[in-house]
Design a protein around this ligand. Structure first.
Ligand code: FES
Length: 151
């Protein structure tokens, strides 16, 4: 079973992070597949694979797909607003945001979409993400757009 998983990973590892790949060698973890698009280019749909238990923000950044990286300035401390994503399909399957995440989601102002926006640093890869479609804002500017709104 593990060897089949290894062979499959070797064949299909184009968007599999190195960390996830090596993790799969040593522990039998579920591979989860979901779709991701840059918010500014919604016609581009990439299939990203991650492993159950990994962090969504890390998985997106490690995929090294241009336009899918998120900042994560505060390193998952819910203090920076820079890791937001919009889960356009599959939001209702996700675990509800914590009170702390909800607070920071409201700080996004006009960039917050009810029942769509989440902080990617707070989401773990799980079966709940299977088949979801996530849109990533243009990260280099997203945080500055939010900060300029509060001026
Ligand atoms: S990395 Fe800062 S809020 Fe997610």
């Amino acid at each position: 079973m593990k060897n089949n998983s290894l062979r499959r990973n070797l064949k299909q590892s184009s968007y599999l992070s190195a960390r996830s790949f090596f993790k799969s060698l040593f522990s039998p973890v579920e591979e989860i597949t979901f779709k991701v698009s840059p918010e500014k280019e919604p016609e581009k749909v990439f299939t990203v694979k991650g492993y159950e238990g990994d962090n969504l923000m890390d998985t997106l950044n490690e995929s090294e797909i241009k336009g899918l990286n998120v900042f994560g300035i505060c390193d998952k401390q819910l203090a920076c607003l820079s890791c937001r994503v919009n889960v356009e399909e599959g939001y209702n399957n996700l675990p509800k945001p914590t009170e702390e995440e909800t607070d920071i989601l409201y700080d996004l102002g006009r960039h917050y979409k009810d029942n769509i926006t989440r902080m990617s640093c707070q989401l773990k890869i799980s079966k709940a993400l299977e088949g979801a479609h996530i849109f990533v804002p243009r990260s280099a500017f997203a945080v500055f757009e939010i900060l300029s709104d509060s001026d």
